[in-house]
Design a protein around this ligand. Sequence first.
Ligand code: SF4
Ligand code: SF4
Length: 271
Amino acid sequence: MLEQPLDVVTGAVLIGKIVGASRIVIGVEDNKPDAIAALSAMVPSEIAVSVCASRYPQGSERQLVEALTGRTVPTGKLPLHVGVVVQNVATAVACSDAIRYRRPLIDRTITVAGSGIARPANLRVPIGTSVKDVIAACGGLHPRAAKVIAGGPMMGRALGRLDVPIIKSTGGLIVLRADEIRRATYGPCISCGRCLEACPLGLEPNAISIYTEAGRALETEPFGTRECFECGCCAFVCPSQRPLVQFIQTAKAAFSTGSQAGLAVRPGVAS
Ligand code: SF4
Ligand code: SF4
């Protein structure tokens, strides 16, 4: 948004023409005043730059649609159901590149952050570059680096190895030191209800976890397993430190295979 605001805006205009949009809104959180200024200076009169509250998970399309249009996407439906198409800024730039310059998506701007990396940086890297090479380009790992996460702090996934490629959906890498990694044991659900209050979709992660823990993952659909987009808000607030997202992922995997056999979260341990 800061370095290619014109490409973002051009991409938005082109996407709007393709889908026949009557209105285009670019939503930016209020903790990015420089990006708001850069985009506002570029937008033509038919596009609005709308400032949203900085509140996780504001970037998820459901929350964004509600914040920008006041429309609620029903559970199990896509934004298109309420007449909205959501695209992120990287997609807008990619569309602009493809349509204006016939340039395919061959690189990706990523953030490399965390106390476990020598020189944190924002980089544009060719898709297919190995994570190992990206880390080397940032000066290598700190001696106490212990975990590399692909993605953000709430929804990212730990990598088991570093010889894996950056792909078009890789937004960033976070490298943590050993003393920053929580390896707490988790306890039983105490029915405090905090996860229910935290879930932006009104799902029941407590029930999903209890059923999955009991080997009954296939019975969790009524609690919203399929709708969950794994934002991690429920697990973040759970006083029993239950790995709710892992339980939900286990339940989804059980839906795919038709069985929970071999998929159970390791009893009593969250990592
Ligand atoms: S991860 Fe938890 S809070 Fe987020 S959508 Fe799923 S159930 Fe709700
Ligand atoms: S926050 Fe944790 S302990 Fe509380 S109801 Fe949810 S799963 Fe149970």
